[in-house]
Design a protein around this ligand. Structure first.
Ligand SMILES: NC(=O)c1ccc[n+]([C@@H]2O[C@H](COP(=O)([O-])OP(=O)(O)OC[C@H]3O[C@@H](n4cnc5c(N)ncnc54)[C@H](OP(=O)(O)O)[C@@H]3O)[C@@H](O)[C@H]2O)c1
Length: 240
């Protein structure tokens, strides 16, 4: 796919990996619709990116967000070509401290919203005979360390769901894949600390969000005949 002029929607674009993916795709000539809850950050990123942009401040867990995103993309740009489901949160706690509502929120944001957005855009892309869906998984999809059960279980579910959707859409012109980052230097661990959690960061040089963004661009820029079904990009020092 040539990214020039394509319309890309990136969720969780107010920080970290999502912001880097939005920048990378905008620099490649795509038109960007970015979404997250923090409007000020979306606005700042939209002003910084070189191409056409639109923002939708919204909770990705809300039932109506998927339809709102598709409607805004069509209204502002006339179509949609790419959806990157990146928004996510991480909460790990020993069971004595588990916040069950936060676990449910993690399932809603990291999985339910991915399903809702993937299906909403898959229907659109199948009807137009082209499009790409990239779902952000994690190194956690292939691990189950203590206290990480919900996060890892949900990321494994994202991978399983995405693989099934890829096969269902085979031959339709719609490409589907997952990217599984290893430990990446973002504020996701700061957010955990602010919540009083004890992030299990490894003492390694993490990859940067820009590394993940370049990998997403690589996935998208494959010729029509090639689909990167799954890409793992881990720190070269990662022990998993
Ligand atoms: N960092 C890592 O080591 C790592 C490794 C593997 C996979 N990942 C995955 O990569 C993705 C991005 O993570 P990151 O490290 O870049 O995290 P981050 O810096 O904390 O950014 C998370 C993004 O998700 C958005 N978000 C969270 N809850 C939301 C909600 N309810 N509604 C809408 N947006 C929401 C946040 O925006 P607002 O707060 O403004 O809503 C923010 O833009 C996640 O899916 C994560 O699981 C990260």
């Amino acid at each position: 796919m040539k990214l020039e002029g394509k319309v890309a929607i990136v969720t969780g674009a107010s920080a970290g990996i999502g912001a880097a993916i939005a920048r990378e795709l905008s620099n490649a000539g795509a038109k960007l619709l970015i979404t997250a809850r923090r409007e000020d950050r979306l606005q700042a990123l939209a002003e910084e990116m070189p191409g056409e942009t639109a923002i939708l401040p919204a909770d990705i867990g809300a039932r109506e967000t998927a339809d709102q995103l598709l409607a805004l993309a069509k209204d502002k740009f006339g179509r949609a070509d790419i959806i990157v489901n990146n928004a996510g949160l991480l909460s790990t706690n020993p069971l004595e401290n588990i916040d069950l509502d936060l676990m449910s929120k993690m399932i809603e944001v990291n999985f339910d919203a991915v399903v809702r957005l993937s299906y909403t855009f898959a229907r659109e892309f199948k009807a137009q005979g082209s499009g790409a869906i990239i779902n952000v998984s994690s190194i956690g999809a292939i691990m189950s360390p203590p206290t990480w059960g919900v996060y890892c279980g949900v990321k494994a579910a994202v991978e399983s769901f995405t693989a099934s959707l890829r096969i269902e859409l085979g031959g339709t012109g719609v490409k589907v894949g997952t990217i599984a980052p290893g430990t990446t230097a973002t504020e996701i661990f700061d957010v955990q600390r602010e919540r009083g959690e004890n992030p299990v960061e490894q003492d390694i040089d993490a990859v940067e969000p820009e590394d993940i963004a370049r990998a997403v661009r690589f996935m998208l820029e494959q010729p029509d005949r090639a689909n990167v079904a799954r890409l793992q990009l881990f720190s070269s020092a990662e022990s998993a």
